[in-house]
Design a protein around this ligand. Structure first.
Ligand SMILES: [Zn+2]
Ligand SMILES: [Zn+2]
Length: 249
């Protein structure tokens, strides 16, 4: 037995590694952070979602990008497509929460893997020119120590070798947690929260706008508006986890 293996086994006697979601002891040889059972529980958004608005659709409903589904057809949306990779509940909610609020930054590698190996992202990447993370206000970023959407965007940039723009879309208004607000209050609250410093950098560009979670869609919507106003040709939203819903818009 190698010394490092011995040390590992020795440490596990005192600090057994457990699943971050269900607390079951992990199998050292193939389980990292979460157990296989929990991993299987992650609900991936497969094909039954509207390409235009991201709404969950039944297995027999189809939607074309331009037309949209029964929820978004005819409605104005500030972005062109919405792609979400997983549903925001259970295991993925635990992982994102621990990553964002408990500073368990090592979880970034798990989340990054989930994003870059996803089949849906492989389809979108060739259609975009630049990756833009949804920005945090500098004060929030300072408190948290990082912007989770920016870290996910960097993962995409490195994996697919696409340009990234981290500082041109910025958040100029600091808002405290919006969870207690109604949707119309959130909309009002977020108005003029974002700003594009140099619009010509986005002019004529196809933008991949990246966020970790979409709960009401108000933030992503507002950012998309600013990008379009700056002259972006199209905005494609990429969301790691979306709250289960039929339509936000
Ligand atoms: Zn587990
Ligand atoms: Zn739709």
């Amino acid at each position: 037995m190698f010394i490092s293996e011995f040390l590992h086994t020795f440490l596990d006697l005192f600090y057994p590694r457990t699943c971050l979601h269900c607390d079951r002891s992990l199998n050292d040889s193939y389980e990292l952070y979460i157990c296989e059972d929990c991993k299987k529980q992650i609900r991936h958004v497969r094909d039954h979602a509207c390409v235009r608005c991201g709404a969950s659709l039944g297995p027999h409903v189809k939607s074309e990008e331009k037309e949209g589904c029964l929820f978004c057809k005819g409605k104005y949306l500030p972005f062109n497509t919405l792609t979400s990779l997983t549903y925001y509940d259970g295991v993925i909610k635990t992982l994102i929460h621990k990553f964002k609020y408990s500073r368990q930054k090592f979880l970034l590698s798990v989340l990054n893997d989930m994003v870059t190996t996803n089949e849906k992202i492989k389809e979108i990447i060739p259609c975009v020119d630049v990756i833009v993370p949804v920005p945090l206000h500098w004060l929030k970023k300072l408190r948290r120590g990082f912007n989770q959407s920016e870290l996910l965007s960097i993962g995409i940039q490195k994996h697919f070798l696409k340009p990234i723009s981290k500082n041109n879309l910025c958040r100029i208004k600091h808002t405290e947690s919006q969870t207690h607000l109604t949707k119309s209050q959130r909309r009002l609250n977020i108005r003029n929260a974002f700003f594009v410093k140099d619009p010509k950098l986005f002019k004529g560009k196809k933008i991949l706008l990246v966020d970790d979670v979409l709960t009401t869609g108000v933030t992503a919507s507002e950012c998309s508006k600013k990008l379009k106003k700056a002259g972006a040709e199209s905005v494609h939203l990429l969301i790691l986890a979306i709250a289960d819903y039929h339509s936000y818009w």
